[in-house]
Design a protein around this ligand. Structure first.
Ligand code: EZ4
Ligand code: CO
Length: 402
Protein backbone atom coordinates (compact mmCIF):
# COMPACT_ATOMS: atom_id res chain seq x y z
CA UNK A 1 0.00 0.00 0.00
CA UNK A 2 2.23 2.75 -1.35
CA UNK A 3 1.99 6.43 -0.49
CA UNK A 4 1.52 8.20 -3.83
CA UNK A 5 0.78 11.76 -2.74
CA UNK A 6 1.08 14.04 0.27
CA UNK A 7 0.47 17.74 0.76
CA UNK A 8 0.29 20.40 3.44
CA UNK A 9 -2.83 22.53 3.81
CA UNK A 10 -2.58 25.76 5.83
CA UNK A 11 -5.83 27.51 6.70
CA UNK A 12 -7.13 30.10 9.17
CA UNK A 13 -10.80 29.54 10.03
CA UNK A 14 -10.54 31.84 13.08
CA UNK A 15 -7.00 30.68 13.85
CA UNK A 16 -4.20 29.03 11.89
CA UNK A 17 -4.09 25.28 11.38
CA UNK A 18 -1.52 23.22 9.46
CA UNK A 19 -2.72 19.84 8.16
CA UNK A 20 -0.86 17.03 6.45
CA UNK A 21 -2.82 14.89 4.01
CA UNK A 22 -1.32 11.59 2.83
CA UNK A 23 -2.86 9.59 -0.05
CA UNK A 24 -2.17 5.93 -0.91
CA UNK A 25 -2.26 4.12 -4.25
CA UNK A 26 -5.65 2.63 -3.29
CA UNK A 27 -7.08 6.14 -2.99
CA UNK A 28 -7.28 6.09 0.83
CA UNK A 29 -6.28 9.35 2.47
CA UNK A 30 -5.29 10.17 6.04
CA UNK A 31 -4.96 13.43 7.97
CA UNK A 32 -2.50 14.60 10.60
CA UNK A 33 -2.49 17.85 12.57
CA UNK A 34 0.81 19.77 12.23
CA UNK A 35 -0.11 23.02 13.99
CA UNK A 36 2.58 24.72 16.10
CA UNK A 37 0.98 27.90 17.43
CA UNK A 38 2.91 31.01 16.36
CA UNK A 39 5.48 29.02 14.31
CA UNK A 40 3.10 27.34 11.86
CA UNK A 41 5.00 27.86 8.61
CA UNK A 42 8.20 26.31 9.96
CA UNK A 43 6.41 22.96 10.28
CA UNK A 44 4.67 23.42 6.91
CA UNK A 45 8.09 23.89 5.27
CA UNK A 46 9.69 21.02 7.24
CA UNK A 47 6.97 18.73 5.89
CA UNK A 48 6.76 20.02 2.29
CA UNK A 49 10.45 20.58 1.70
CA UNK A 50 12.01 17.76 3.72
CA UNK A 51 9.54 15.04 4.74
CA UNK A 52 7.06 14.59 1.88
CA UNK A 53 9.81 13.67 -0.65
CA UNK A 54 10.80 10.83 1.73
CA UNK A 55 7.22 9.57 2.10
CA UNK A 56 6.41 9.02 -1.56
CA UNK A 57 6.66 5.33 -2.45
CA UNK A 58 6.78 4.14 1.19
CA UNK A 59 4.37 1.49 2.51
CA UNK A 60 1.67 3.36 4.50
CA UNK A 61 1.19 0.30 6.75
CA UNK A 62 4.71 0.62 8.22
CA UNK A 63 3.77 3.18 10.87
CA UNK A 64 6.49 2.37 13.42
CA UNK A 65 9.18 2.00 10.78
CA UNK A 66 8.27 5.37 9.25
CA UNK A 67 8.39 7.02 12.69
CA UNK A 68 11.87 5.61 13.37
CA UNK A 69 13.04 6.48 9.85
CA UNK A 70 11.99 10.14 10.19
CA UNK A 71 13.28 10.45 13.78
CA UNK A 72 16.65 8.73 13.40
CA UNK A 73 17.03 9.62 9.74
CA UNK A 74 17.05 13.38 10.34
CA UNK A 75 20.18 13.03 12.51
CA UNK A 76 19.05 16.30 14.24
CA UNK A 77 16.65 14.90 16.80
CA UNK A 78 13.74 16.22 18.83
CA UNK A 79 12.56 19.82 19.00
CA UNK A 80 8.99 21.08 18.47
CA UNK A 81 9.21 21.60 14.69
CA UNK A 82 10.66 18.15 13.94
CA UNK A 83 8.39 16.32 16.39
CA UNK A 84 5.23 18.11 15.21
CA UNK A 85 6.07 17.11 11.64
CA UNK A 86 6.69 13.47 12.67
CA UNK A 87 3.50 13.59 14.75
CA UNK A 88 1.50 14.67 11.69
CA UNK A 89 2.86 11.80 9.58
CA UNK A 90 2.21 9.27 12.34
CA UNK A 91 -1.36 10.49 12.92
CA UNK A 92 -2.16 10.42 9.21
CA UNK A 93 -0.83 6.86 8.90
CA UNK A 94 -3.00 5.65 11.82
CA UNK A 95 -5.97 7.35 10.12
CA UNK A 96 -5.19 5.52 6.86
CA UNK A 97 -4.80 2.19 8.68
CA UNK A 98 -8.18 2.59 10.36
CA UNK A 99 -9.91 3.53 7.14
CA UNK A 100 -8.30 0.63 5.28
CA UNK A 101 -9.37 -1.87 7.94
CA UNK A 102 -12.76 -0.14 8.30
CA UNK A 103 -12.35 0.38 12.04
CA UNK A 104 -11.97 3.35 14.40
CA UNK A 105 -8.36 3.95 15.44
CA UNK A 106 -8.98 3.15 19.12
CA UNK A 107 -9.74 -0.45 18.10
CA UNK A 108 -6.23 -0.67 16.64
CA UNK A 109 -4.76 0.60 19.92
CA UNK A 110 -6.10 -2.25 22.03
CA UNK A 111 -9.75 -1.27 22.16
CA UNK A 112 -11.65 0.62 24.86
CA UNK A 113 -10.22 0.74 28.38
CA UNK A 114 -13.28 2.77 29.48
CA UNK A 115 -16.70 3.79 28.22
CA UNK A 116 -15.94 7.45 27.64
CA UNK A 117 -13.30 10.17 28.04
CA UNK A 118 -13.57 12.59 30.99
CA UNK A 119 -12.88 16.15 29.83
CA UNK A 120 -12.39 19.51 31.50
CA UNK A 121 -13.52 22.89 30.22
CA UNK A 122 -11.95 26.33 30.69
CA UNK A 123 -13.72 28.83 32.94
CA UNK A 124 -12.28 32.28 33.29
CA UNK A 125 -13.19 35.79 34.39
CA UNK A 126 -11.59 39.14 35.02
CA UNK A 127 -12.15 38.66 38.77
CA UNK A 128 -13.14 35.90 41.20
CA UNK A 129 -16.90 36.46 40.95
CA UNK A 130 -16.84 36.45 37.15
CA UNK A 131 -14.90 33.17 37.28
CA UNK A 132 -17.45 31.67 39.71
CA UNK A 133 -20.21 32.59 37.22
CA UNK A 134 -18.19 31.05 34.38
CA UNK A 135 -17.71 27.78 36.31
CA UNK A 136 -21.47 27.71 36.97
CA UNK A 137 -22.09 27.87 33.21
CA UNK A 138 -19.85 24.84 32.66
CA UNK A 139 -21.61 22.91 35.43
CA UNK A 140 -24.90 23.69 33.72
CA UNK A 141 -23.53 22.31 30.46
CA UNK A 142 -22.81 19.03 32.27
CA UNK A 143 -19.06 19.34 32.85
CA UNK A 144 -17.69 17.29 35.76
CA UNK A 145 -14.29 19.00 35.65
CA UNK A 146 -13.45 22.66 35.12
CA UNK A 147 -10.19 24.60 34.91
CA UNK A 148 -10.53 28.01 36.60
CA UNK A 149 -8.38 31.08 35.88
CA UNK A 150 -9.00 34.69 36.89
CA UNK A 151 -7.66 38.19 36.41
CA UNK A 152 -5.18 39.62 38.92
CA UNK A 153 -5.86 43.06 40.46
CA UNK A 154 -3.25 45.55 39.28
CA UNK A 155 -2.36 43.58 36.12
CA UNK A 156 -3.91 44.64 32.80
CA UNK A 157 -4.08 41.04 31.49
CA UNK A 158 -3.68 37.54 32.87
CA UNK A 159 -3.08 34.14 31.30
CA UNK A 160 -6.25 32.21 30.67
CA UNK A 161 -8.64 35.15 30.79
CA UNK A 162 -10.12 35.24 27.32
CA UNK A 163 -12.60 37.14 25.27
CA UNK A 164 -15.36 34.62 24.72
CA UNK A 165 -17.23 32.38 27.15
CA UNK A 166 -16.57 28.89 25.81
CA UNK A 167 -13.33 29.40 23.93
CA UNK A 168 -10.04 30.94 24.96
CA UNK A 169 -7.63 31.86 22.20
CA UNK A 170 -4.34 33.37 23.30
CA UNK A 171 -2.78 33.96 19.84
CA UNK A 172 -3.20 37.45 18.37
CA UNK A 173 -3.19 38.45 14.70
CA UNK A 174 -0.20 40.58 13.77
CA UNK A 175 2.90 40.77 15.93
CA UNK A 176 3.27 39.37 19.47
CA UNK A 177 1.46 41.37 22.16
CA UNK A 178 3.17 41.97 25.52
CA UNK A 179 1.53 40.99 28.79
CA UNK A 180 2.51 42.19 32.27
CA UNK A 181 3.13 39.77 35.13
CA UNK A 182 3.62 39.67 38.89
CA UNK A 183 3.99 36.31 40.64
CA UNK A 184 3.52 38.08 43.99
CA UNK A 185 0.10 39.47 43.03
CA UNK A 186 -0.92 36.21 41.39
CA UNK A 187 -0.07 34.22 44.55
CA UNK A 188 -2.28 36.52 46.61
CA UNK A 189 -5.35 35.82 44.48
CA UNK A 190 -5.41 32.13 43.50
CA UNK A 191 -6.02 30.47 46.92
CA UNK A 192 -9.01 32.78 47.46
CA UNK A 193 -10.43 31.85 44.07
CA UNK A 194 -10.43 28.15 44.94
CA UNK A 195 -11.78 28.69 48.47
CA UNK A 196 -14.68 30.56 46.88
CA UNK A 197 -15.23 27.87 44.21
CA UNK A 198 -15.28 25.03 46.77
CA UNK A 199 -17.74 27.03 48.89
CA UNK A 200 -19.99 27.52 45.89
CA UNK A 201 -19.80 24.11 44.17
CA UNK A 202 -18.98 21.66 46.98
CA UNK A 203 -16.48 18.83 46.94
CA UNK A 204 -17.50 16.74 43.93
CA UNK A 205 -16.69 19.04 41.03
CA UNK A 206 -13.13 18.48 39.76
CA UNK A 207 -11.27 21.79 39.80
CA UNK A 208 -8.03 22.40 37.90
CA UNK A 209 -5.67 25.34 37.58
CA UNK A 210 -2.85 26.28 35.16
CA UNK A 211 0.09 28.32 36.50
CA UNK A 212 1.46 28.35 32.92
CA UNK A 213 5.18 27.90 33.66
CA UNK A 214 5.50 31.15 35.63
CA UNK A 215 6.56 30.30 39.19
CA UNK A 216 9.83 29.35 40.84
CA UNK A 217 9.86 25.93 42.56
CA UNK A 218 9.44 27.45 46.02
CA UNK A 219 6.61 29.73 44.87
CA UNK A 220 4.89 26.74 43.30
CA UNK A 221 5.38 24.77 46.53
CA UNK A 222 3.71 27.60 48.47
CA UNK A 223 0.80 27.69 46.02
CA UNK A 224 0.37 23.92 46.12
CA UNK A 225 0.30 24.00 49.92
CA UNK A 226 -2.22 26.84 50.00
CA UNK A 227 -4.47 24.93 47.59
CA UNK A 228 -4.42 21.63 49.52
CA UNK A 229 -7.67 22.28 51.46
CA UNK A 230 -9.44 22.78 48.10
CA UNK A 231 -8.16 19.45 46.71
CA UNK A 232 -7.50 20.35 43.09
CA UNK A 233 -7.57 17.65 40.42
CA UNK A 234 -4.23 19.16 39.39
CA UNK A 235 -1.99 22.19 39.40
CA UNK A 236 -0.65 22.50 35.85
CA UNK A 237 2.75 23.72 34.68
CA UNK A 238 3.81 25.21 38.03
CA UNK A 239 7.38 25.99 36.88
CA UNK A 240 9.10 26.29 33.47
CA UNK A 241 8.68 22.76 32.14
CA UNK A 242 12.11 22.13 30.70
CA UNK A 243 13.62 22.19 34.17
CA UNK A 244 12.73 18.69 35.36
CA UNK A 245 14.70 19.00 38.63
CA UNK A 246 12.56 21.97 39.73
CA UNK A 247 9.75 19.58 40.51
CA UNK A 248 11.73 17.89 43.31
CA UNK A 249 11.38 20.99 45.49
CA UNK A 250 7.64 21.32 44.84
CA UNK A 251 7.10 17.64 45.55
CA UNK A 252 8.82 17.85 48.96
CA UNK A 253 6.31 20.43 50.14
CA UNK A 254 2.87 19.68 48.78
CA UNK A 255 0.35 16.92 48.06
CA UNK A 256 -1.46 18.98 45.41
CA UNK A 257 -1.30 16.78 42.27
CA UNK A 258 1.00 18.15 39.56
CA UNK A 259 0.58 18.08 35.78
CA UNK A 260 3.02 19.10 33.05
CA UNK A 261 3.88 18.36 29.44
CA UNK A 262 2.10 20.53 26.86
CA UNK A 263 5.44 21.92 25.62
CA UNK A 264 7.27 18.57 25.71
CA UNK A 265 8.02 16.88 22.43
CA UNK A 266 9.49 13.49 23.38
CA UNK A 267 9.78 11.03 26.23
CA UNK A 268 13.26 12.48 26.88
CA UNK A 269 11.64 15.66 28.22
CA UNK A 270 9.76 13.81 30.94
CA UNK A 271 11.41 10.50 31.84
CA UNK A 272 12.96 11.90 35.05
CA UNK A 273 9.65 13.44 36.07
CA UNK A 274 7.90 10.13 35.49
CA UNK A 275 10.49 7.72 36.88
CA UNK A 276 10.98 9.75 40.08
CA UNK A 277 7.19 10.22 40.41
CA UNK A 278 7.62 13.98 40.55
CA UNK A 279 4.35 14.51 38.68
CA UNK A 280 0.92 12.90 38.68
CA UNK A 281 -0.20 13.66 35.11
CA UNK A 282 1.80 13.82 31.89
CA UNK A 283 0.11 16.17 29.40
CA UNK A 284 2.04 15.55 26.17
CA UNK A 285 -0.04 15.88 23.01
CA UNK A 286 -0.44 13.82 19.84
CA UNK A 287 0.48 16.78 17.63
CA UNK A 288 3.54 18.06 19.48
CA UNK A 289 5.02 14.86 20.89
CA UNK A 290 5.51 12.69 17.84
CA UNK A 291 2.00 11.36 17.24
CA UNK A 292 -0.03 8.47 18.59
CA UNK A 293 2.91 6.03 18.40
CA UNK A 294 5.21 8.08 20.62
CA UNK A 295 2.46 9.11 23.02
CA UNK A 296 1.74 5.44 23.68
CA UNK A 297 5.35 4.91 24.72
CA UNK A 298 5.18 7.84 27.12
CA UNK A 299 1.91 6.48 28.54
CA UNK A 300 3.46 3.03 29.01
CA UNK A 301 6.41 4.45 30.95
CA UNK A 302 4.01 6.57 33.00
CA UNK A 303 1.84 3.54 33.78
CA UNK A 304 4.81 1.86 35.50
CA UNK A 305 5.23 4.85 37.80
CA UNK A 306 1.67 5.71 38.86
CA UNK A 307 1.50 8.66 36.47
CA UNK A 308 -1.65 9.16 34.40
CA UNK A 309 -2.18 10.97 31.09
CA UNK A 310 -3.84 14.35 30.66
CA UNK A 311 -3.64 15.38 27.01
CA UNK A 312 -3.41 19.05 26.18
CA UNK A 313 -6.48 20.02 24.11
CA UNK A 314 -6.45 23.77 23.53
CA UNK A 315 -8.03 25.35 20.44
CA UNK A 316 -4.64 25.66 18.77
CA UNK A 317 -4.72 21.89 18.31
CA UNK A 318 -6.96 21.14 15.34
CA UNK A 319 -9.99 18.83 15.44
CA UNK A 320 -7.73 16.16 13.88
CA UNK A 321 -5.52 16.24 16.98
CA UNK A 322 -8.60 16.31 19.22
CA UNK A 323 -9.94 13.16 17.54
CA UNK A 324 -6.55 11.42 17.74
CA UNK A 325 -6.32 12.32 21.44
CA UNK A 326 -9.77 10.85 22.11
CA UNK A 327 -8.88 7.53 20.43
CA UNK A 328 -5.68 7.45 22.51
CA UNK A 329 -7.51 8.44 25.74
CA UNK A 330 -10.16 5.77 25.32
CA UNK A 331 -7.56 3.06 24.80
CA UNK A 332 -4.74 3.67 27.30
CA UNK A 333 -5.18 2.13 30.72
CA UNK A 334 -3.67 5.03 32.70
CA UNK A 335 -5.69 7.83 31.15
CA UNK A 336 -6.49 10.70 33.54
CA UNK A 337 -8.37 13.54 31.87
CA UNK A 338 -8.55 15.32 28.53
CA UNK A 339 -8.56 19.10 28.10
CA UNK A 340 -11.42 20.28 25.87
CA UNK A 341 -11.79 23.77 24.50
CA UNK A 342 -14.52 24.12 21.92
CA UNK A 343 -13.39 25.22 18.48
CA UNK A 344 -15.24 28.01 16.70
CA UNK A 345 -18.10 27.08 14.35
CA UNK A 346 -15.92 28.11 11.40
CA UNK A 347 -13.24 25.62 12.48
CA UNK A 348 -15.79 22.85 13.00
CA UNK A 349 -17.19 23.46 9.50
CA UNK A 350 -13.72 23.21 7.93
CA UNK A 351 -12.99 20.00 9.90
CA UNK A 352 -16.28 17.98 10.06
CA UNK A 353 -15.85 15.33 12.74
CA UNK A 354 -17.51 12.41 14.49
CA UNK A 355 -16.46 13.04 18.10
CA UNK A 356 -19.16 14.15 20.52
CA UNK A 357 -19.56 15.69 23.98
CA UNK A 358 -22.24 14.64 26.45
CA UNK A 359 -22.56 15.10 30.22
CA UNK A 360 -18.92 16.01 30.80
CA UNK A 361 -17.41 13.21 28.74
CA UNK A 362 -16.46 12.71 25.10
CA UNK A 363 -16.56 9.88 22.60
CA UNK A 364 -14.31 9.58 19.51
CA UNK A 365 -17.15 8.01 17.47
CA UNK A 366 -17.25 4.83 15.42
CA UNK A 367 -16.23 6.16 11.99
CA UNK A 368 -13.27 4.32 10.41
CA UNK A 369 -9.89 5.94 11.11
CA UNK A 370 -9.90 9.11 13.21
CA UNK A 371 -13.34 10.22 12.05
CA UNK A 372 -12.32 13.74 10.92
CA UNK A 373 -12.34 15.21 7.43
CA UNK A 374 -10.95 18.43 5.98
CA UNK A 375 -13.18 20.42 3.62
CA UNK A 376 -10.42 21.69 1.34
CA UNK A 377 -12.68 23.99 -0.69
CA UNK A 378 -13.88 25.72 2.46
CA UNK A 379 -10.36 25.76 3.94
CA UNK A 380 -9.14 27.64 0.83
CA UNK A 381 -11.46 30.51 1.77
CA UNK A 382 -9.46 31.05 4.99
CA UNK A 383 -5.84 31.79 4.03
CA UNK A 384 -3.03 31.91 6.60
CA UNK A 385 -2.84 35.08 8.73
CA UNK A 386 0.31 35.75 10.75
CA UNK A 387 -0.38 35.47 14.48
CA UNK A 388 1.76 35.14 17.60
CA UNK A 389 1.29 33.98 21.17
CA UNK A 390 1.79 36.82 23.68
CA UNK A 391 5.11 37.54 25.36
CA UNK A 392 5.37 38.51 29.02
CA UNK A 393 7.32 41.00 31.17
CA UNK A 394 7.39 41.49 34.91
CA UNK A 395 6.32 44.85 36.35
CA UNK A 396 9.94 46.08 36.20
CA UNK A 397 10.24 45.15 32.52
CA UNK A 398 12.18 41.89 32.82
CA UNK A 399 11.17 39.23 30.28
CA UNK A 400 9.23 36.40 31.99
CA UNK A 401 7.77 33.09 30.77
CA UNK A 402 4.38 33.66 29.14
O1 EZ4 B 1 -1.42 28.34 26.42
O2 EZ4 B 1 -2.25 26.05 23.83
O3 EZ4 B 1 -3.56 24.24 29.07
N1 EZ4 B 1 -3.61 24.89 28.10
C1 EZ4 B 1 -2.79 25.88 27.77
C2 EZ4 B 1 -3.00 26.54 26.44
C3 EZ4 B 1 -1.70 27.08 25.86
C4 EZ4 B 1 -1.85 27.25 24.38
C5 EZ4 B 1 -0.54 27.71 23.76
O4 EZ4 B 1 -0.70 27.79 22.38
O5 EZ4 B 1 -1.90 26.18 28.53
O6 EZ4 B 1 -3.95 27.57 26.58
CO1 CO C 1 -1.59 24.70 30.03
Amino acid sequence: MKIVDAKVIVCCPGRNFVTLKIVTEDGVSGLGDATLNGRELAVASYLSDHVIPLLLGRDARRIEDTWQYLYKGAYWRRGPVTMTAIGAVDTALWDIRGKTLNTPVYQLLGGRSRESVLVYGHANGTDIEETVAAVARYVKLGYQAVRAQCGIPGLPSAYGVGRGQLSYEPAEKGLAPENVWSSERYLHVVPGLFARLRGEFGDDLHLLHDAHHRLTPIEAARLGKALEPHHLFWLEDPVPAEWQEGFRVIRQHTTTPLAVGEVFDTIYDCHTLIQEQLIDYIRTTVVHAGGISHLRKIASLAELHHVRTGSHGATDLSPICMAAALHFDLSVHNFGIQEYMRHTDETDRVFPHHYTFEAGVMYPGEAPGLGVELDETLAAQYPYERAYLPTNRRLDGTVHSW
